[in-house]
Design a binder for this molecule. Structure first.
Ligand code: C2E
Ligand code: MG
Ligand code: MG
Length: 364
């Protein structure tokens, strides 16, 4: 039906369950890894089922209801099959409503950026901050990005939202310069933003407008971006690098983790995903992966950052391995800029002349 959409027509069914059984077989068959040019690739698949005549008497209605059920299967966690039901129509209306709200959120000033400090473990100096977007929804309260970034990507809104975040992050962190803190800032960027040929130019004009030096900006990408090896993306990354912007790989270890791309892309920083840090002390496999990434970083001269550090035992382990930089609730959660500024002021007051350095207690 489309680039990655297929329809299966089943005739002479005696029971609706037979359709569900076929769908499950399809999902199972597709879940086996496929070897492509020597690499193992796993695909996910979502199936929507509609039945004649219960769910539609015309071809168009049957197809559109199967489509709706497929979207419901996708949003419910992928790799599964769902039968159409009337309440999906309602859910879809809610979804469409949410999408409209999101389109207006930037104009209405409902998006906010919070900042999470990245610290040097041991002495706990704040080295930079990561910008994390939130949506202050008038009815639903504060919505975290994992609920609306995928929607923004699907609805074609990510370019506009991503650039707004980038601009706000540079502007707000630049404001802190006045209090004597020259922090760096990391901004998360969606793969869809990077495959837009004008992206690097727009970053340049955002930096110019905010009077923010490129060397204090880091762009966080996911492994998927690098795996795709899209020439436009590669050109964007090289352009950013030439401007002096730093590049980081986020959530390292959760994607395909092909180490080859570390050679082909101008990466400065690798952020070890928080799932490995969480299991660090209890799971020897997670610990082995962390050790290997830290050693690799040292060899390749990359900065390694541990994400989601919550306990002192994790901090101690990481320091012993030679991993020095981290983010996590042990040090500080993401804060609005006013609270960040206040925290920096307190730190400066307790440790005069220390710039943006601090002791652990001052960070909480
Ligand atoms: P990320 O870039 O890996 O950000 C780290 C996430 O972990 C943040 O969640 C942060 O609040 C959370 N976190 C930090 N320390 C700890 C800890 O010690 N324990 C636990 N359990 N969590 C911790 P958040 O803010 O909900 O962001 C989730 C994801 O949304 C981010 O993951 C990032 O991929 C994406 N995101 C956030 N802002 C943007 C944005 O402006 N653009 C794009 N494209 N994606 C964004
Ligand atoms: Mg990040
Ligand atoms: Mg991450």
């Amino acid at each position: 039906l489309g680039g990655d959409e297929f329809a299966i027509l089943l005739e002479s069914l005696t029971h609706p369950e037979e359709a569900a059984l076929v769908a499950q077989k399809v999902v199972k068959a597709l879940s086996h890894p496929i070897v492509l040019h020597g690499k193992e690739i796993t695909v996910t698949c979502s199936v929507g089922i509609s039945l004649f005549p219960d769910h539609g008497k015309t071809c168009d209605l049957l197809l559109s209801n199967a489509d709706l059920a497929m979207y419901a299967a996708k949003h419910g966690g992928k790799n599964r099959a769902l039968m159409f039901s009337e309440d999906m129509n309602l859910a879809m209306k809610d979804w469409a409503h949410f999408e409209c709200d999101l389109a207006l959120a930037v104009q209405r000033g409902e998006l906010v950026v919070h900042f999470q400090p990245r610290v040097e473990m041991g002495n706990r100096h704040i080295k930079s901050v990561e910008a994390l977007v939130r949506w202050q929804h008038p009815q639903e309260g504060l919505i975290l990005p994992e609920r609306f970034i995928p929607l923004a990507e699907e609805a074609g809104l990510i370019g506009c939202i991503g650039e707004w975040v980038l601009g706000e992050a540079c502007r707000q962190i630049k404001e802190l310069d006045r209090s004597g803190q020259q922090l760096g800032v990391s901004v998360n960027v969606s793969p869809l933003q990077l495959c837009d040929a004008g992206f690097a130019d727009r970053v340049a004009s955002i930096l110019h407008e905010a009077q923010f030096p490129a060397s204090r900006l880091e762009i966080e990408l996911t492994e998927q971006v690098l795996i795709r090896r899209d020439p436009v993306t590669l050109a964007s990354l090289e352009r950013l690098k030439a401007m002096g912007v730093h590049l980081a790989i986020d959530d390292f270890g959760t994607g395909y983790s092909s180490l080859g791309y570390l050679r082909h892309f101008p990466i400065d920083t690798v952020k070890i995903d928080q799932s490995f840090i969480r299991d660090l002390v209890a799971d020897p496999t997670a610990a082995a992966i962390v050790n290997a990434v830290v050693a690799l970083g040292q060899q390749l001269n990359l900065r390694i950052v541990a994400e989601g550090v919550e306990g002192v035992d994790q901090e101690r382990y990481l320091i012993d391995q030679g991993c020095l930089d981290a983010q996590g609730h042990l040090f500080c959660a993401a804060l609005p800029v006013a609270e960040l500024s206040e925290m920096l002021r307190r730190i400066k007051a307790t440790k005069p002349g220390a710039g943006h350095s601090s002791k652990a207690s001052a960070l909480h």
